[in-house]
Design a protein around this ligand. Structure first.
Ligand SMILES: Nc1ncnc2c1ncn2[C@@H]1O[C@H](COP(=O)(O)OP(=O)(O)OP(=O)(O)O)[C@@H](O)[C@H]1O
Ligand SMILES: [Mg+2]
Length: 362
């Protein structure tokens, strides 16, 4: 098991500044997920850890050893990519064994390792087949097998599941998590899929335009986003953002929405200008069936615009402060478009943002 320390890492391609000062510690044995929108530098960061890209400025050390000038093959890292790059003319067995053969490992040890990896991945019955005789999920397992047999000190994955259909992706996601539990190896996993990030990670590192925007446990980042960008990236359906004006309502501050609704702020904030943005996740904006108002609760009644039942939950679209919002209810009996629905949310779940900087302020 190895830890990875990255400090002051910059990377440019020609005139494009891709990584703009990354400081990151990846603890040994943890599952770290790098997540962020397309082009934010996730693959570049992963490839730089692997040694496939040179460090522009800064340092990377693995298990306390600076690897800046170490060749990829000397870093004892295994990497699994989105396209599995299997050798078409080699059997599954030989594909998995390839790296070991290249290192002139003895045949009985090769057999031992390949068989054990195949067993772990449930592909023992496929060892004599060729890649073209496999499904996408099976090919991905072979690619993972090829990485496992090397017994690396560090496992890097770059969007390994994005070529698979939704069902297979769910299944493989579970398998990768189990693999991490069984092997206990440090893993760094790149994805732009926030569900993969939330479900797999011990720690999420959310990147934006070559910088780390926030990192922490999935729950911490989800529940306490530091910025509007983070809040909007994690969660499905997406968090609702509602703009309004900061006003004084007697002894406390409040927010006035464009439709006149007044929402008290749970705490006072310094003068942040006139505008403020309320973030409330759909699952916290529920249907209200109780006419009493509890402390810290905000009640709203709105005409229903769209109803989307999913079976277990129903998404109801309404307009709050001129913005289309989604409320999530457990009930199928939400009413029809045009009818009024009573909704409520607890101020405890509301997050307020500065519209200019995007920072969470309450
Ligand atoms: N070899 C290269 N030469 C020039 N620019 C590059 C090179 N590799 C990557 N880039 C640029 O660096 C930026 C980051 O690319 P990177 O592949 O790291 O993004 P990513 O976060 O992995 O995105 P995606 O989710 O689309 O895979 C992009 O703007 C990309 O065009
Ligand atoms: Mg990428």
């Amino acid at each position: 098991m190895s830890d990875v320390r990255i400090s002051g890492l910059h990377k440019t391609f020609g005139t494009v500044h891709v990584l703009k000062g990354i400081d990151l510690e990846i603890p040994a044995g943890e599952f770290t997920v790098l997540v962020g929108p397309s082009g934010c530098g996730k693959s570049t960061l992963l490839r730089t850890i692997a040694g496939l890209e040179e460090v522009g400025q800064g340092d990377i050390s693995i298990s306390g050893v600076n690897v800046n000038s170490l060749r990829p093959r000397d870093r004892n890292i295994a990497m699994v990519f989105q396209n599995y790059a299997l050798y078409p003319y080699l059997s599954v067995f030989e594909n998995i064994a390839f790296g070991l053969r290249a290192r002139k490992m003895e045949d009985h040890e090769v057999r031992l390792r390949v068989n054990s990896a195949a067993d772990m991945l449930g592909i023992t019955g496929l060892l004599d087949r060729f890649p073209k005789q496999l499904s996408g999920g099976q090919r991905q397992r072979v690619a993972i097998g090829r990485a496992i047999v090397r017994k690396p000190q560090l496992f890097l994955f770059d969007e390994p599941l994005s070529n698979l259909d939704a069902q297979l992706r769910d299944e493989m996601r579970g398998e990768i998590k189990k693999l991490h539990q069984d092997l206990g190896i440090t893993m760094v996993y790149v994805t732009h899929d926030q569900i993969e990030a939330m479900t797999l990670a011990d720690r999420i590192v959310l990147m934006r335009e070559g910088r780390i925007e926030q990192m922490g446990s999935p729950l911490n980042v989800y529940e306490q986003p530091a910025t509007r960008f983070v809040a909007g990236f994690l969660g499905s359906p997406k968090i609702n953002f509602i703009s309004g004006e900061l006003v004084d309502a007697g002894d406390r501050q409040a927010m006035r929405l464009s439709d006149g609704e007044i929402i008290p702020l749970p705490k006072r904030t310094q003068a942040w200008g006139q505008s403020i943005v309320l973030g409330i996740r759909p699952q916290h904006l529920g249907r209200s069936t109780d006419s009493k108002v509890k402390a810290g609760e905000v009640k709203l009644s709105r005409p229903i615009e769209i109803v989307q039942p999913t079976g277990s939950r129903t998404y109801v679209t309404i307009k709050i402060g001129g913005t289309q919002c989604i409320a999530e209810t457990e009930s199928m009996e939400t009413g029809r478009p045009g009818e009024t629905i009573d909704l409520s949310f607890d101020l405890q779940h509301a997050i307020f943002f500065d519209p200019t900087s995007g920072a969470a302020i309450i």
